[in-house]
Design a binder for this molecule. Structure first.
Ligand SMILES: Cc1cc2nc3c(=O)[nH]c(=O)nc-3n(C[C@H](O)[C@H](O)[C@H](O)COP(=O)(O)OP(=O)(O)OC[C@H]3O[C@@H](n4cnc5c(N)ncnc54)[C@H](O)[C@@H]3O)c2cc1C
Length: 495
């Protein structure tokens, strides 16, 4: 332990990670600690990361951020899930929605009832029993009482950083413009002491949050935390991104369209669309990927295509000595399920919960790293699932994905579901049972059995049970306003 009270926190980097860190630290501890954030306009930010998942709603609640203000500031739209197009096979689509599907029995999830209903010819599509999914298909949205609609946001990443900057400065965080050119560590402990900027200014701190993006200036370049590479499971290592004008009203879901050597995203905002192609450079060149993307966008280009290289994996330590990493500095799985901003949020909430009092304890560091690893590994498995369970064999990329070795933890989940229809959520795991079920069935797994409790219902009763749920969902969806109309009255950005 370094026996020193934490009075000065320095955040290195001002992308989404840096400003989320500044927001939560300043709002919670701004009155008792000094918070500085250093960022460099010359280096800039990664400029992507615009689809989110439902826990971000909670993050804003923790910070007392009014949702309407945030949405208008970031040109936001609502997100009810992700449409996976051509992932199971070319021409086959499904939606992974944020909702729950049907009604579970305590002993058996709804999927068991649905599976039997399908066999008997009395069940519709699995998604017919999920409000969020049907609302997404109908392009509708509204907040419902008692958190009746589970949602997230599409945001303009650079506007989000600006919004959080204003918020954080309001709670006393101080922004310093400049390029960090040197990092000084205490010779005896290896703890970081200060950052030196190109201007010569020296910024001292007791605790540092490394949000410098892929370079990991403090956690890796200075403290050599190490990196666990997952590219054998997650072959995509490159992306090209471009923004376009909107040609239609924004839909309340992200589109993820599988291509021959990767996939393409489409993220609708109020003022534009974010597009990108994530791909594996072993199977397609950067030029071909850019061509594929540009041939598959709608609307005039607003930016030049931007190439981003990454290495899927995570840091071996997310907290080392007096440096905590967040965002891309802490690793990157890949953007398929929009989990990266969520992991920033998790790391920062965890830091608040373990905020060092009188000094940094190794036991806190170990616990922080243990919890972070559990979080990331279960997300990693969920993302690999989309690649490895597929009927696609139309390209070398997909043939690699369907035959690659996968983590034992994931192999077990797939086998369990395939053989028994059962899914269990690990404690604290981000993705709930219904997410796993939607993706496993969406990718083509049909469980071999259903739970015997289903047979307690006769065919007619099962038919009525399913029909009741479906008509409840249909009635709720029919009352919802259109997504764009809802944005109009709730959070339209100023022109
Ligand atoms: C292709 C792609 C798509 C993605 N899509 C999603 C998505 O849909 N949803 C999601 O949740 N996440 C997504 N992500 C991840 C998301 O973009 C990041 O988690 C998020 O933007 C946070 O980035 P960051 O702040 O860690 O890094 P950056 O945005 O790279 O910011 C780094 C900051 O550090 C500063 N900096 C670096 N070096 C120095 C230096 N020497 N001196 C001073 N300042 C310095 C930079 O100026 C910048 O301010 C995606 C990522 C990629 C690559």
């Amino acid at each position: 332990m370094e026996n020193k009270r934490i009075r000065k926190v320095v955040i290195a980097g001002g992308g989404t990670a840096g400003w989320m860190a500044a927001a939560i630290l300043s709002k919670t501890l701004g009155k008792v600690i000094d918070i500085k954030l250093v960022e460099s306009e010359e280096i800039g930010t990664v400029g992507v990361g615009e689809a989110t998942i439902p826990p971000l709603v909670k993050f804003h609640q923790l910070l007392d951020i009014r949702e309407q203000d945030f949405m208008a500031a970031v040109q936001g739209t609502f997100k009810l899930g992700i449409a996976f197009e051509n992932w199971h096979d070319v021409g086959k689509d499904y939606i992974h929605s944020f909702g729950t599907t049907g009604r579970d029995h305590w002993s058996a999830g709804f999927q068991h009832f649905w599976l039997r209903g399908r066999q008997l010819g009395v069940a519709g599509e699995y998604g017919d029993y999920c409000l969020e999914l049907r609302a997404a298909e109908e392009n509708k949205f509204a907040h419902l009482p008692k958190n009746g609609m589970n949602y997230a946001f599409h945001i303009d990443a650079s506007l989000y950083a600006k919004f959080l900057r204003k918020f954080s400065e309001g709670f006393g965080a101080q922004r310093i413009e400049g390029k960090i050119v040197d990092v000084t560590a205490e010779p005896e402990t290896g703890y970081i002491k200060s950052l030196t900027l190109a201007s010569g200014e020296v910024i001292e701190g007791d605790l540092f949050v490394d949000c410098t993006g892929f370079r990991g200036l403090l956690i890796e370049q200075t403290l050599h935390a190490g990196y666990e590479d997952w590219s054998h499971w997650l072959p995509c290592d490159s992306a090209v991104a471009v923004q376009t004008e909107s040609v239609e009203l924004p839909i309340p879901y992200t589109r993820s369209i599988a291509r021959e050597a990767g996939w393409q995203w489409r993220i609708p905002l109020q003022h534009r669309v974010g597009n990108g192609m994530v791909y594996c450079s072993r199977y397609i060149s950067d030029d071909e990927a850019r061509e594929t993307l540009l041939n598959n966008v709608e609307g005039k280009l607003l930016t030049d295509p931007r190439l981003i290289k990454f290495r899927p994996g995570m840091r071996l330590a997310h907290w080392r000595k007096n440096v905590v990493a967040a965002g891309l500095a802490s690793g990157f799985i890949e953007p398929l399920e929009s989990t990266s901003i969520h992991l920033i949020q998790r790391n920062m909430i965890r830091l608040m919960q373990m905020f060092p009092l009188t000094g940094i304890e190794q036991s806190d560091i170990d616990e922080f790293n243990r919890q972070t690893r559990i979080d990331i590994e279960s997300i990693r498995d969920f993302i690999i699932l989309h690649y490895c369970v597929t009927d696609r064999d139309d390209s070398p990329f997909w043939r690699y994905c369907r035959s690659m070795e996968i983590p034992d933890s994931l192999a077990h989940r797939i086998k369990l579901f395939r053989e028994t229809g059962r899914v269990f959520r690990e404690e604290g795991e981000l993705f709930a049972e219904n997410s796993w079920i939607q993706v496993m069935m969406g990718q083509g797994i049909v469980p071999a059995q259903y739970h015997p409790v289903v047979d307690v219902m006769g065919k007619d009763e099962l038919e009525r049970f399913l029909a009741n749920i479906k008509s409840g969902v249909d009635a709720a969806v029919s009352k919802l306003p259109g997504h764009d109309a809802y944005i109009d009255q709730y959070c339209r950005a100023a022109k």
